[in-house]
Write a protein that binds this ligand. Sequence first.
Ligand SMILES: Cc1cc2nc3c(=O)[nH]c(=O)nc-3n(C[C@H](O)[C@H](O)[C@H](O)COP(=O)(O)OP(=O)(O)OC[C@H]3O[C@@H](n4cnc5c(N)ncnc54)[C@H](O)[C@@H]3O)c2cc1C
Length: 367
Amino acid sequence: MASKVAVIGSGISGAVCASILAKNGISVTIFESARGPGGRMSQRREHCEDGRELLFDHGAPYFTLNANNLELQSLVNSWESRGLVAQWKEKFGSFDYSSKSFVNVDEEVNMRYVGVPGMNSVCKALCQEPGVETRFGHGIGRSDWLMDHNTWSLTNMDGQDVGHFMGVVATDKNTFLSRFTDVTGKQPPIDLNSDSEVGFQIKEIPAFPCFALMLAFAEPLSSIPMKGGFSFKNSEILSWAHCDSSKPGRATTSERWVLHSTAKYAELVISQSGFQKPSPALLTKVAEELFQEFLRTGIDIPQPFFKKAHRWGSAFPAVSIAREEKCLWVEKRKLAICGDFCVRPSVEGAISSGIAAAAKFLERLAT
Ligand SMILES: Cc1cc2nc3c(=O)[nH]c(=O)nc-3n(C[C@H](O)[C@H](O)[C@H](O)COP(=O)(O)OP(=O)(O)OC[C@H]3O[C@@H](n4cnc5c(N)ncnc54)[C@H](O)[C@@H]3O)c2cc1C
């Protein structure tokens, strides 16, 4: 493989983009700042005091596809036939705090897909495909376009040179937004100031935050009539709950639930505590508040043997910056920007954006 592209981020948009490029003869290195793949489709590994291991899909609980999206449906079918995803065929509904009652969801909903054995399974598999090299724990701290050589030079967060590439795919808004500087005091790794057109389009990408609460119970929560998940109505604090251990391919030695806060609650906590990494004390306080709100349903909920909160500072982008194009492309530097913030705040949006970014490289290399 002659050409080399660097993909920054192993979330679903980056993983899909890398896999398409590799299948078309372009070798790819994915750089991921986290220890594992998946981004907001990650699976969290936790250990109880007695050493027991617990796994939680603490980001996206599942994804759906628009019925007309035949290209994505065939891609997801191929993942399903490889055993990477499966349909989550459980009951779903909602709980209304005003009437203190559950309502089943009767309407026709698109198929709900989950990764097997965790939401990160697709990203994990795509990161290991032939032609794709993945370097975890390698956050990109700096990238320089060397005009004389027509290549990118990338440096990781520790200041180490990690190689030269003919093109770069950026999949996280923090890699190019100046907002990154406000929070970390550092320059974002990709400087878009020289690309006036693109830079102008993306000065800011607001996003809604969310806290996720991971709970593990020794006994099933048998008073909850739907074992898939349910949304909450008329709560300022909770928006969603799902039984993670009810998904196909999960261990059923304990019953694990994941609850999501409302964006309003998360925004309030962040406005009081700041945007820096949340302290363990803050996460404990949030976990207690979310759990108390769960108890306020009046459902019979026993004490969990595991309870921990996680903050997603930018869970759902509030805007879409590329709509029809589905990604941004800077021709003179062979830079593609993709991710859900380009299309829609969903796994489906992120996949279409990753496909569009790969297509840009393939079009340019074909000419
Ligand atoms: C709580 C929650 C619930 C959700 N619910 C749903 C749902 O029900 N259905 C649905 O379809 N979607 C849902 N989503 C949204 C969905 O998860 C996202 O739309 C999708 O996963 C985004 O993928 P992405 O590739 O665009 O970005 P990400 O997954 O965010 O990937 C970006 C990656 O880049 C990495 N990165 C960032 N900076 C650097 C750097 N400098 N160097 C190297 N790597 C870097 C990050 O670590 C990350 O892995 C949910 C998300 C959350 C958080």
